[in-house]
Design a protein. Structure first.
Length: 179
């Protein structure tokens, strides 16, 4: 039996405005983008962070920062709603954040926890680190984290696009932590 499938208008979606977004409770999740080359990937991450009420994004190393037209092109305004900050060195940043956050690199490592086997702990704050499109998360950054999460993959490719990886992992966290 086919249900009514009228496409909703934007005005019917009941989205927050920027002010309401800033005041809304966030999921206890910070994203660290380390040495991301693609401005479009950065913009896509901002958009995902907006969609799931992420606490903050840190942009590290060579990762470009707003305002930039190519970030803005894919972020569609999310650089105005999502809190963000630039930090030159991800290792130094993580040393500070890991004092009161569980820091996890999203990377393929020995003894990584597969994402579907990971359930975030209630009342725990998390930091997820995503690395360079070619080299991934650096070993120094992996060594600084409490652990690693791996997205299982079954095809011939060795990795997913970073923006896709962020979407998959953030959806997992949101689905496990939202009430």
């Amino acid at each position: 039996m086919k249900k009514n499938m009228r496409k909703l208008k934007n005005s019917e979606l009941q989205r927050l405005d920027v002010s309401q977004f800033k005041d809304a409770p966030k999921i206890p999740l910070i994203l660290v983008l380390d040495n991301i080359r693609s401005l479009h990937n950065i913009g896509s991450v901002f958009r995902t962070a907006d969609a799931f009420l992420i606490e903050k994004i840190y942009l590290c190393g060579i990762t470009a920062t707003p305002p930039h037209k190519d970030i803005r092109k894919t972020a569609l305004g999310a650089t105005e709603s999502v809190a963000w900050e630039y930090a030159k060195d991800a290792v130094s940043l993580l040393e500070e954040l890991k004092k009161d956050h569980q820091c996890m690199a999203v990377e393929q490592t020995e003894n990584a926890t597969f994402l579907h086997q990971f359930t975030p702990e209630a009342d725990q704050r998390y930091v997820l680190v995503f690395g360079n499109e070619v080299k991934g998360v650096s070993q120094a950054v992996v060594n600084t984290c409490h652990g690693t999460l791996e997205i299982p993959q079954f095809g011939t490719k060795h990795s997913l696009n970073i923006a896709v990886s962020v979407g998959v992992v953030v959806w997992h966290f949101w689905s496990k932590t939202s009430k």
